[in-house]
Design a protein around this ligand. Sequence first.
Ligand code: HEM
Length: 534
Amino acid sequence: MKNSQDKKQKDLSINISDSTNKFLTTNQGIRVNDDNNTLKAGERGPSLLEDFILREKITHFDHERIPERVVHARGSGAHGFFEVTNPIPELTKAGFLQEVGLTTPVFTRFSTVAGSRGSTDLARDVRGFSVKFYTQEGIYDFVGNNIPVFFIQDASKFPDLVHAVKPEQHNEIPQASSAHDTFWDFISLMPESMHMIMWLMSDRAIPRSYRMMEGFGVHTFRLINEAGESTFVKFHWKPKLGTHAVAWDEAQKISGKNPDFHREDLYEAIEMGNFPEWELGVQIIPAEDEEKYEFDLLDPTKIVPEELVPVTIVGRMVLNKNPDNFFSETEQIAFHPGHVVPGIDFSNDPLLQGRLFSYTDTQLTRLGGPNFHEIPINRSIAPVHNNQRDGFMRQEINKGRVNYHPNSLGGGCPYQAQISEGGFTSFPERIEAHKVRERSKSFSDHFGQAKLFFNSQTPEEKSHIVKALRFELGKVDTTAIRLRMLGLLAQVDTELAQKVAIGLGATVPTNLEFPVNKGVSPENEGGDQEPKTV
Ligand code: HEM
């Protein structure tokens, strides 16, 4: 296993620099004899513009910061490897899943969603769980979360969700520290979020350690085998250390004393040789079972219960090396759910489909142009050849005369592989449909799985959910928002709603009028902001 990880480490080593016992120089390689004083006209005189050493040092410093990720800004990561324990060639032709013992280098980044780069690790929040696989066939990115469902069903609501959860725009005060109105306003108008809200108010949203979290692909994906047959899958990471949380009271104290608690925990465990480990599993859903369930496989607010489809373990991941440089690696890594290898393909989940656009688009700004695939941490270990050229910060020096296809001149232009030589082919799913802007009716049960999750909790865990909701909604100033939330909670569990209501000094409304956006409720044909009774 070490050998394959070495391949990426060797690739990174080209860019690693160690300045111990080396001459101090400028970026142009000129040795610097005095790094303490600017060039001046006389000992006590003004500084001279001519001082290129000072100018270069200050200019570089002035530009050290880049934009933080628009979401998942706060994170920590590590290198490691993935090893196949139970190959699934009958389901996928992905090369890295073919043989027992086959290993692939990985870099994994864990994150919170809402906070900024310097925010606390122990916030009540979803955790990101992203794994970059440097496979022989190119990069495969798993970009998941530690909660198996999501707030919304359609990508068009993602900017609204994130605007609602981020600090309010007028005062930039994070919702964790003051009023929670905007987040709960949005949620109270989006019944589809209720399953996710149950998870978010549970102990799952305050993990004890990154090493003790599950990871989920959330969406249904497709696996494609050599014969071109497709199977639906849900991806799962299961931590060897088990899934553990802290209590909310502990989370708040830890946030005060050590906001870097998870970052330190991951770093120190790896430094001490306690390498964290996860198993990768798949829930396998045959293509013919696509419409077998009462929920829709394309709806990202639903799980496929493990009682219906058990998880089959296919491999394990071990994180065994901390980054040499946080910025160069953890900060500059660019994940994308659209980075797939032959044998893995997408489903038509409308949230996933939107994500396929978003990641490269944001990274073009965050990482300064179209060449961020050349940054060492993002570089594929599979060879990269194409006719893309130029752009800010281009590193590659493309030889030859020709950078277009077709051509008759040759020299510099790669050729297209025959199918027998490998390559990505999209699954030729047959689509015959009208172009519509509509939510599928099969997405309309917003409470069934929220109930299922709540009922799966122990009495102690249920009481944590009640307390979390009392705490969160207790910080909502607007009465109408609290009442709408109580109305929605009553659809999940009446006792839950009543217990929360007692904590808020309120009564659960029985017949609640509230505006629901057209997209949320398929039967509401009347246009935006129609009053709707739940
Ligand atoms: C990060 C968009 C839904 C998991 C990001 C970033 C964007 C984004 C713009 C920042 C990327 C960067 O700067 O490199 C979206 C959109 C979504 C969506 C538009 C819905 C339409 C989801 C879902 C999941 C998820 C459902 C989980 C399954 C993540 C993770 C990261 C991330 C883990 C952090 C990656 C890292 O560690 O760098 N998302 N996201 N996102 N997203 Fe999403």
